[in-house]
Design a protein around this ligand. Structure first.
Ligand SMILES: CC(=O)CC(=O)C(=O)O
Ligand code: MG
Length: 220
């Protein structure tokens, strides 16, 4: 059997743990309170989509939003990881989108229901190539951007995150054990907006990586 390669972490079938409201400017634009503790939700591995394949708009939404985020790829599992050693558990990073059916999320929020239908559908987690840890020496200070059809919509810096990457790894691993190949999405800065069928999305981590995705309508 060939050894699995972490640089193809999306093929491993591991968890995608997402952090919400980790940027004050984004929490404010959606009129959400600034959280005192990280807000967490999950996506299944079937949410992954890679460049060359389209992001599919689910049939049940008419307000699909982009959220550009820094993803952290776990290289060494653990439970109750201390903040001081958290970065030893990181193998690398990925540029990610947390595609969100905002109308469905609003409905779930108003009914007190979980966000699964809004956040966890097929193709809701576009990801870039794996970025080895050494390529981002300071993940707490990288610039993220996203354009729709060449128009800049999101531009932010991970220095604006409310909860740092070591804090998130430690917090999450207290009650969800982290495994090699897991991905943590660290939240989005302001500027989220709707995408339509045939839109072209481009996103980047300044000086590190870019990626592009086309949006298509699901046909059944
Ligand atoms: C309100 C949200 O959808 C939270 C989220 O995913 C974020 O990145 O913030
Ligand atoms: Mg998000």
């Amino acid at each position: 059997m060939t050894a699995r390669n972490i640089s193809r972490f999306w093929e491993w079938g591991r968890k995608i743990i997402c952090v919400g409201r980790n940027y004050a400017d984004h929490a404010k634009e959606l009129k959400n309170a600034i959280p005192a503790e990280p807000v967490l939700f999950l996506k299944p591995p079937s949410a992954y989509v890679r460049e060359g394949s389209p992001i599919l708009v689910p049939l049940y939404t008419s307000n699909l939003h982009h959220e550009v985020e820094l993803g952290v790829v776990i290289g060494k599992g653990g439970t109750a990881i201390a903040q001081s050693s958290a970065m030893e558990h990181v193998a690398g990073y990925a540029l990610c989108l947390d595609m969100t059916a905002r109308d469905i999320q609003d409905e779930c929020k108003s009914k007190g229901l979980p966000w699964t239908m809004a956040k966890a559908f097929n193709t809701s987690c576009p990801v870039s190539e794996f970025i080895p840890k050494e390529h981002i020496p300071d993940p707490g200070n990288v610039k993220l951007w996203l354009k729709v059809n060449d128009q800049l919509r999101q531009s932010g810096c991970t220095s604006q995150m409310i909860f740092s990457i070591p804090y998130l790894i430690s917090y999450i691993s207290d009650f969800i054990s982290l495994e090699e190949g897991d991905l943590i999405l660290t939240g989005t800065p302001k500027g989220v907006s709707a995408v339509q069928e045939h839109d072209e999305l481009q996103a980047g981590i300044e000086d590190v990586i870019t990626m592009s995705f086309r949006v298509d309508r699901q046909d059944h």
